[in-house]
Ligand binder design. Structure first.
Ligand code: ADP
Ligand code: ASP
Ligand code: MG
Length: 306
């Protein structure tokens, strides 16, 4: 089984989603597809949260834009016979669930900080719920899953952390022995193990969701599908001379992630490194490119130091 995570740009346009469909359909083993929100949507949701918290109802005008962004994509990538039901899901989540969470923030001056934080997490969670609904409607015969049912967090002195014991139990219950070939779920979103209140794994956290699933299910590989050809020695967008690293050790990848390489969210590496699961960084827009393999291998000093 492989876990394939598709980031925001990889699900953010019609062209990207068509490529996602081809990539998933080209697989022959069992796969869990983990998706981020459509590119830019989490930022919009964060902005709407800010406005609602400031009792500025201009967030309301952003709701129809959000419906429109998802509608245009559904019309292009979802089979005609499923478009109506997919649109009903999108409308319900935006016009009922999202709108009421924003309304709660906007109407209350005196929300306790934990309540305000819970409302903010519930609001930003909508991005992945919406994108995963589209991907699940697009991929034939796939099985949709709701990540907060099995990715659980708890709080310790440092702040929010994954509740590994609870998550392991729930992930095994959700997926073990299920022979469905293609599963679809959300990255980033989770729930508190005691209260069930929605939480998130932090910005960029979809990579981490995918790593948690790969580790617990002992996947043969974790694939991070993004918008560049692989892991480079520096950000290829800012540095035209950046060099692609065809292979790296977990330690090399962790060091670059810790130094700010945005391509992988830093907590992602540890769970897969502990179990020796290889990580591939691949380009959704150029799937034929070999990408980067991160694994328990000696560094290719030639490539790293060139
Ligand atoms: P996704 O939405 O797929 O999760 P991100 O935007 O989080 O994508 O990460 C991909 C981006 O990371 C690339 O577009 C690239 O600009 C940036 N990046 C920063 N450092 C690196 C690096 N060392 N190698 C590759 N990409 C990098
Ligand atoms: N959608 C979330 C974010 O923008 C999580 C992710 O993309 O990994 O941070
Ligand atoms: Mg990312």
């Amino acid at each position: 089984m492989r876990v394939m995570k598709f980031g925001g740009t990889s699900v953010g346009s019609v062209e990207a989603l068509r490529s996602v469909k081809q990539i998933v359909e080209a697989t022959t083993t069992q796969v869990i597809v983990v998706v981020s929100a459509l590119s830019g949507v989490t930022n919009r949701l964060v902005e709407m949260t800010r406005l609602a918290t400031a009792h500025d109802t201009s967030y309301e005008a952003m709701l129809p834009e959000l419906v429109e962004r998802h509608r245009a994509i559904i019309e292009a990538v979802v089979p005609r016979e499923s478009q109506g039901s997919c649109m009903r899901v999108v409308n319900t989540f935006i016009n009922e669930s999202l709108s009421s969470s924003l309304g709660l923030l906007a109407a209350n001056d005196t929300l306790a900080p934990e309540m305000a934080e819970a409302a903010a997490d519930a609001i930003v969670s909508h991005g992945e719920v919406l994108s995963s609904a589209i991907v699940a409607c697009m991929l034939p015969r796939c099985k949709p899953h709701f990540a907060p049912a099995f990715i659980h967090t708890t709080d310790d002195a440092e702040g929010r952390i994954v509740d590994w014991a609870d998550t392991e139990r729930l992930v095994l219950k959700e997926f073990k022995g299920d022979l469905t070939r293609v599963h679809v779920t959300q990255g980033f979103i989770a729930a508190d193990s005691r209260s069930g209140v929605k939480t998130t794994l932090g910005r960029g956290g979809s990579d981490y969701t995918a790593a948690i699933l790969a580790a617990i299910l002992d996947a043969e590989a974790l694939e991070i599908w993004t918008d560049v050809d692989g892991f480079y020695d520096k950000d290829p967008r800012a540095n035209p001379d950046a060099k692609l690293l065809p292979q790296m050790t977990y330690e090399q990848a962790q060091a670059l992630c810790d130094a700010g390489a945005k391509v992988i969210y830093p907590p992602t590496i540890a769970p897969v490194a502990q179990r020796g699961i290889p990580v591939w960084v691949k380009n959704t827009f150029n799937p034929g490119a070999p990408g980067t393999r991160i694994g328990p291998i000696p560094s290719d000093s030639q490539v790293i130091s060139d």
